[in-house]
Design a protein around this ligand. Sequence first.
Ligand SMILES: CC(C)(COP(=O)(O)OP(=O)(O)OC[C@H]1O[C@@H](n2cnc3c(N)ncnc32)[C@H](O)[C@@H]1OP(=O)(O)O)[C@@H](O)C(=O)NCCC(=O)NCCS
Length: 402
Amino acid sequence: MGAVVGRAAQEVVFVDGVRTPFGRAGSSYAETRADDLVVKVFREVLRRNPALPPERIDDVAVAATTQIGDQGLTIGRTASLLAGLPTSVPGYSVDRMCAGAMTAVTTLSSAIMAGAYDVALAGGVENMSRHPMGEGVDPNPRFIAERLVDIEALNMGMTAENLHDRFPQLTKERADAFAFGSQQKTAHAYAEGWIQPDLVPVAVRSAELGWGLMTADEAPRPSTTMEGLAGLKTPFRPHGRVTAGNSSGLTDGATAAVLASEATADELGLSKKMRMVGFAFAGVEPEVMGVGPVPSTEKALARAGLSISDIDLFEINEAFAVQVLAFLDHFGIADDDPRVNPMGGAIAVGHPLASSGIRLMSYLARDFERDPLARYGITTMCIGLGMGGTVIWENVNYAGSN
Ligand SMILES: CC(C)(COP(=O)(O)OP(=O)(O)OC[C@H]1O[C@@H](n2cnc3c(N)ncnc32)[C@H](O)[C@@H]1OP(=O)(O)O)[C@@H](O)C(=O)NCCC(=O)NCCS
């Protein structure tokens, strides 16, 4: 037998992550192309990491849920060309609904782990102003005719109502209190300057309003009160529990992240914010898609040989408050545990579907930076049509005793 040809498995590090400020759908980004938002985050992440020669990027993956028009045409490739990346750098598109950017990261990371790539650029975008949820979909009639999924599974707000039904202990009061906390934590994080460093200002133009500059998220409502939340309508069901206040809103935005093998990061002198420990995706009944992060987290923990008590920080996407609560209840974590979403989350800043996975990772990287005694953290999110995704990360700057 000859010598083994090929390369050994490599560690993956999260080098850096940036995002546009998130806009409310129908507002500042309504006349901005989605691919231009991706160009903005690509340019910024390269500007911030001058030690990375762009020609060293082995591949680019960009996620979008609605891959039509300015979010179509293999946006991973088109945005790379538009951003001025060398033509030798290839690119592709990813869709796993809300976990698109998370999947871009895990897929590219798998290639790095396998030794096929050294450096990769992941991204996600959703301009929900220009591409409302469900645009152009054509579900196979068999889904309904054969009851493969309940019709309610196609409406995310209804799946959140279903979760309240399934877990009656997850009351509207608890959901509102969690939403209130998200707004408070976001306001605190802004006041402390924790969020701004990873935002790239975006010039916007509106035929009606003229030019503007987006420098902060548009959606947060720091003056939210429990009384205000209690009085909101329940758009998904009469006398329901899910409201505009305890849901993530319809949002526009883009994210990008640089991933590298640890050896390449060291070789080039790139920053290393966190190391990927492992990841998992799992399926659940589509009617209760919000519970997806429970099995994906259990699977990811088991594969990593960790237990939930090893996790020091949680970045959980807040598609709906009830869905976060279902996760916390399952793992016996208090609704207001300070390890959970310390900078707030999607209920306040919004959830531009396919881009949010990298927003969670950028937040976790900042959480780790503030807390060198935190060793492991997870980013997790629920996914339309009944899935969950979880990525476990290790703090590269962990300064604890073991
Ligand atoms: C819930 C949803 C339908 C609300 O949409 P909307 O009605 O356009 O939302 P708005 O921002 O206009 O808010 C509705 C009302 O609630 C009020 N409101 C929203 N958040 C509030 C808060 N924190 N405190 C007080 N009032 C609030 C608004 O002021 C508005 O009041 P008005 O009707 O008097 O103007 C929409 O955000 C949605 O579909 N969210 C889920 C998105 C989703 O499914 N994502 C995928 C997840 S898997």
